[in-house]
Design a protein. Sequence first.
Lengths: 251, 362
Amino acid sequence: MRDDADHGPAGARIAGDATAADLESLRKHSSVYVYEAPVRIWHWVNAACIMVLIFTGWFIGSPPPSMQIAEATHQFVFGYIRFAHFAAGQILAIGFLGRIYWAFVGNHHARQLFVLPVWSAHWWKEILFELRWYLFLEREPKKYVGHNPLAQTAMFFFMTLGLSFMIVTGFALYSEGLGQGSWMSFFFGWVLTWGGNSQIIHSLHHLGMWAIVVFMIIHIYAAIREDIMSRQSMVSTMISGTRTFKDDRRG
Amino acid sequence: MSQIETFYDVMRRQGITRRSFMKYCSLTAAALGLAPSFVPKIAHAMETKPRTPVIWVHGLECTCCSESFIRSAHPLAKDVVLSMISLDYDDTLMAAAGHQAEAALQETIEKYKGNYILAVEGNPPLNEDGMFCIVGGKPFVEQLRHAAKDAKAIISWGACASYGCVQAAKPNPTRATPVHKVITDKPIIKVPGCPPIAEVMTGVITYMLTFDRLPELDRQGRPAMFYGQRIHDKCYRRPHFDAGQFVEQWDDENARKGYCLYKMGCKGPTTYNACSTVRWNEGVSFPIQSGHGCIGCSEDGFWDQGTFYDRVTDLTQFGVESNADRIGATAAGVVGAGVAAHAAISALKSAQRKSQTKNEDA
């Protein structure tokens, strides 16, 4: 773990994407302010939207048993399920746009979700290190101020690209209801043409849901596991924004 | 082209009264979604314009488009509908056959160079130099290319010409190819469906005659007036969909009550066509009204979308038949089990480490 001693001032060598300002802060405190309020709010709003979208989306594909509450005129059960799905989807989309905006104006760590530093040999080395850590081949994990490179990669593919895919296909499917000539059809209707048959887009959107479920399982497990086993805070960081470190050892 | 009779001449000759003719014009205007002010325009066009010569060729197909077309339920008799256009070549409907028929084709192409409409029913298979479909002793693809060269516009009748339909379903052994992928330099109108609705077919032709231009097309090249909305958007069972009242089994009480067929795999929500408004057989009914879900016959590759009877359909890309839910649930299950195993090993490892440290300390 001494191999990354090639950057940062001596005495505060930290792996990952730590900036000079972080290191300065670390010299005094054993905690760093990483996730600004908009990032944290986005995280939890996004999580809530995804939960709603998964449950309602599941029911849109496989509707609940028929209900006989009233005449069809006065009953809107499936309509409400679809409404919740569409509303959550639009909140998620707006939130995602806001998150992209914050990548430009927020701090250094706010950009981590959107750019994988694939040109950095150091970054690849840390990916390898993280893989070894998860394969129980390393005794001690590293400290990271932001996301570790493996987590960053997962988030980039499942969230940044995955959410974009779900938003684009979701809006394309929603535009079918709004009809041709609507603004949504103008912006997203090409997806349907590209797919040829909107049943294909339905199936892809459905598979995308499962990809997000898979990500959720890994994400929640890794966050809790690292909260316990790593040398830094995880879950509370996404609540308070502050990363605290459990020891003052290097790297 | 003055020697060609106008539509009105033909209709009168066939004993259609002017009153019936005007009725026909207003019904056509209504079918095309035009204002009443367009009725005189349609009448005027029909009275003055020479009939547009049409060459109707048949590739790999089942003739269901022709069958549908001749049943058009306009107020006028079917023979008049056929006479609207000057159908100069149609090997299924024309009296001539063999060399005579092929001579008629050649004559029409030469006489109306650049002015005739080419209607294509079916599609050309391209494998083995097109030998899977021979017309007049030559591969159909050659006839298609020849006739398309001097055509003003091309109408792709039905799912075959528009998308390929059953003969292009995977693995498509003859490489049946939709018309727009063979002829790329002509305006093409796709009128998909298996078959298309008769009134949609005659409506498209009437529009082209009346206004001397192609109807407004959507992104996929279909006339927007008939393919602008899904079956689902105008389905009379839609209130049951929104209410969450579905047919659960073909013979249950809900089926008798006419609930939504969504759970039975109805493809109405993904199918663009006019069935739920224009309906079939003089507006008598359409599949959903008859208690069976839409199979999506006017959509691209509808044979390759898995069963007609599931909402979440099979994805054949995975080699074995499996749908998005089975694939997703399996992936989630495997990942979940992996996570559980990983958690167990993590706990064991750290317990082991703790006891080791204790031993070292001791």
